[in-house]
Each structure stands twice: as C-alpha cells, then as structure tokens.
Design a binder for this molecule. Structure first.
Ligand SMILES: Cc1cc2nc3c(=O)[nH]c(=O)nc-3n(C[C@H](O)[C@H](O)[C@H](O)COP(=O)(O)O)c2cc1C
Length: 233
C-alpha cells in the first residue's frame, strides 16, 4: 500500500496487541521517522520510546517529536509525523496522534507524540468509513487534493482549516471556530501540517510538481502554501 492509498484507509488505533516489537523493526521505524521529509529549513528530532516512558500513554510505543516551539515548527511536526503515521499504517501497524500523553522525563523541546504498535484493528474500507465535516465546508473545489485533506486526522476531529486553490498554489488557512477555540495549546498547527502532507501526496499522485512550501502568519492567522511547478495544479 502506498502512502497515498493509506490516506483512504488509516484510522486512529487505540487497541493494541501486547506482544513487543523486535529491535530491528523498532530501528527501522526510528530510521524512517529520523529521515522523513521535513519542510525546508526545519530539523525536528524524532525519538522512539516504549509506552512505559509515557504519562497517559495509549500505545505500546511512541515517536516523540522534539523541536523549537515556533508556529512554523509545529506545522512542520504535523507535516513530517503524518508521513510516519501513513507509513506505519501502510505497513500493517496501528498508530494514533496523542496530544494528551507526555514523556515521564520532562523535555523542554517535546511537542507531541505519535503512538504505535501491533494491532488487530482493521484499516478503513474507504471514504465512506470516515466521520468528517462536509467536504464543501472545508474547500470550494472537489478534487484529489481536497479529498485527501478532508480525510486528514485532526485533534478531536475538529478539522480546523480551510483549503483553497489559487493560480499557482494551494493554501491551507487555520479556521478555528466554536468549541474548537477552547482546545489547549496550538494543536491546530499540527492539524494544518497534517493536512498539508495529505495535499502534497495527492498532488504528487496526480503527477503534479510541487515546487515549494511557505508558512506565513502566526497563531490563528497561520497559513501554509504549497507552490506549484510551472505546469500549475
Ligand atoms: C494533533 C492531534 C492530537 C490528538 N490527540 C489525541 C489524544 O490525545 N487522544 C486520542 O485518543 N486521540 C487523539 N487524536 C486523534 C483524533 O481524535 C483523531 O485523529 C480524529 O478523531 C479523527 O479520527 P481518525 O484519526 O480515526 O480518522 C489526536 C489527533 C491529532 C491530529
């Protein structure tokens, strides 16, 4: 299964098998996370730990994301770790983003984690199996990139962004409304990066060239643009 295909099949897994993963498997996952593509100019650090290293953990293992705490760095973590989420699910493991858990050892640059492990919980069977807002609430255009973003996971499933297409770029803007405003911290910035990864994979799947990325604004005015190559989107 490709990462793009995993967008339509993944789910948050909260039930895991107890059996431990081998050291080689764990090393492979750590290597994947450590070398996963990040947004230009970013270098978040990813650390694989056992669930016993966590307070309030919900999976047997976790990848801890460490970086500076600027808004763009949080978007980058969402973007990068979502590639790992899709990799894990496409290779048969369960995974779940977890904002409520934290490492037992305090680390000032710790930002969020992705739990993972072996599971018997099946993948989803397609778009109809997802609980999401209406696509038209998130984007005026119905195309492959919009559909991929639409299915992206987000904290409490709030989907706190809007996607639009302009002449030479696709832009995701924060759209935090209603009860979403009371969520702690800036989880919506991870969500923005997560949706960005799905948009990128869909555009690449369609054979489009992605020329670059830019993160602008801050807080609830943050936007991320994905720039098209000369052939446009
Ligand atoms: C940034 C972020 C933080 C999350 N934190 C938690 C969490 O603390 N506990 C939990 O059970 N799920 C958590 N989730 C999972 C979401 O609830 C889940 O992605 C959403 O409900 C959509 O469901 P799906 O992932 O199965 O498609 C988080 C997701 C994201 C993206």
């Amino acid at each position: 299964m490709t990462l793009y295909e995993a967008i339509f099949a993944r789910r948050s897994v909260r039930k895991y098998r107890e059996n431990p993963l081998g050291t080689e498997v764990l090393a492979e996952i750590q290597n994947y996370a450590a070398s996963a593509k990040q947004l230009p100019g970013h270098s978040a650090r990813f650390e694989t730990v056992g669930g016993d290293a966590l307070k309030g953990g919900i999976a047997p293992y976790a990848i801890l994301a460490h970086s500076g705490g600027s808004d763009a760095e949080l978007v980058n973590i969402g973007y990068t770790l979502q590639g790992v989420d899709l990799y894990l699910q496409s290779t048969g493991y369960g995974s779940v983003w977890c904002g409520m858990a934290a490492p037992r050892e305090p680390a000032p640059d710790y930002r969020i984690l992705l739990g993972f492990g072996e599971t018997g919980v099946p993948l989803r069977s397609g778009e109809g199996d997802f609980k999401r807002k209406k696509l038209s609430d998130l984007c005026d255009t119905d195309n492959a990139a919009a559909r991929a973003a639409w299915l992206a996971p987000s904290a409490v499933n709030f989907q706190p962004w809007k996607l639009s297409f302009e002449a030479d770029k696709a832009v995701l803007r924060v759209n935090v409304r209603g009860i979403g405003r009371v969520l702690p911290g800036k989880l919506y910035l991870f969500d923005l990066g997560i949706a960005l990864k799905h948009v990128e994979l869909a555009l690449e799947h369609e054979g489009k060239t992605v020329a670059g990325f830019s993160v602008t604004g801050s807080g609830k005015d943050t936007a991320v643009a994905i720039q098209a190559g000369s052939d446009g989107f």
